[in-house]
Design a protein around this ligand. Structure first.
Ligand SMILES: [Zn+2]
Length: 300
């Protein structure tokens, strides 16, 4: 299997929307679907992770850039909205379906900004055990030029853009990007709609970090906040809080099963995700996959 097919399969596994999943079968044939948000912000969907796009007098800023094959399509979608140049690329985390366009943008002289660990992960070979997937180190041009450890603030297009690291959540490199005046947050893959979140334990993701990150999201948002998830359709605070409640519920169920001495098979046979599957599973086996990962993490 080629790397690009593997990358696509990876996206399918964490992708939230079944129609989008079908579209993600080929980054080569997927088109960008742009929708206006507010305050000059737009959301782009395509192959790989969702983009937040800020357009205004200062130029263009994007959060995430999908795959290298999507760069020309992203640029074309931007050109339909403005003649201003792209200046900044922010990465929500290190995964290749969110950073695959970095090399193109780095070579084009764009400034890439990300958490310190995105730089670390992208500059060295990575292995994601959940998919038996190797991601080789990225070339120099793909690496973020500016990195931050906790938070960073960028003032652009009349927006205060806060990047907030959330430790050990989906990975160890995640940052929320909060467009404060617009009351819009891009969450990266800490939150995906209509699917179980993927906690990438190979690169620092943990259930407790996921829970803490979504609790923080609850604190920095309100009922009017627009939430751009890592994958899937545009969402809001209530959607993200539903995921938080599911994670807390599943943590409790899983810990009880472990305390009762249940084996993984006994745990799965009890169908522990049945109340959550209608909202979070897009295929029959996804609840089992999610429950298995939780059991493995929490029994260690
Ligand atoms: Zn990811």
């Amino acid at each position: 299997m080629t790397r690009s097919i593997l990358a696509t399969l990876f996206s399918l596994l964490i992708c939230a929307d079944s129609q989008l999943a079908l579209a993600q079968l080929s980054p080569d044939t997927t088109q960008i679907r742009a929708s206006a948000v507010r305050n000059g912000l737009h959301m782009f969907m395509g192959a790989g992770g969702n983009l937040a796009v800020s357009i205004g007098d200062d130029g263009v800023l994007i959060v995430d850039d999908q795959y290298a094959e999507m760069t020309a399509k992203i640029d074309a979608a931007i050109a339909e909205l403005t003649d201003e140049p792209l200046r900044y690329v922010i990465n929500s985390h290190w995964h290749w379906d969110h950073t695959g366009g970095n090399e193109n943008y780095g070579r084009a002289g764009k400034t890439i900004v990300a958490h310190d660990n995105t730089y670390v992960r992208m500059s060295t070979d990575q292995f994601v055990a959940a998919f038996n997937f190797n991601q080789p180190a990225s070339p120099e041009a793909a690496l973020p030029a500016i990195t931050f450890n906790d938070t960073a603030t960028l003032r652009f297009n009349d927006l205060t853009i806060r990047m907030i690291h959330v430790p050990n959540a989906h990975t160890d490199s995640d940052a929320f990007v909060h467009f404060t005046e617009a009351n819009v947050v891009h969450t990266g893959d800490v939150y995906v709609t209509s699917a179980y979140p993927f906690i990438d334990s190979s690169t620092g993701g943990t259930l407790d970090g996921e829970i803490a990150a979504l609790e923080l999201l609850g604190e920095i948002t309100d009922e009017d906040t627009i939430v751009i998830p890592g994958h899937g359709e545009i969402s809001d605070r209530a959607g993200a809080m539903k995921t938080l409640a599911m994670l807390k519920g599943m943590k409790k169920i899983t810990l009880e099963a472990i305390a009762d001495g249940k084996t993984l098979k006994q745990f799965l046979d009890s169908n522990p995700t049945q109340t959550y599957d209608p909202d979070f599973s897009m295929r029959a086996d996804q609840g089992k996959v999610f429950a298995t990962r939780l059991y493995q993490e929490l029994s260690n």
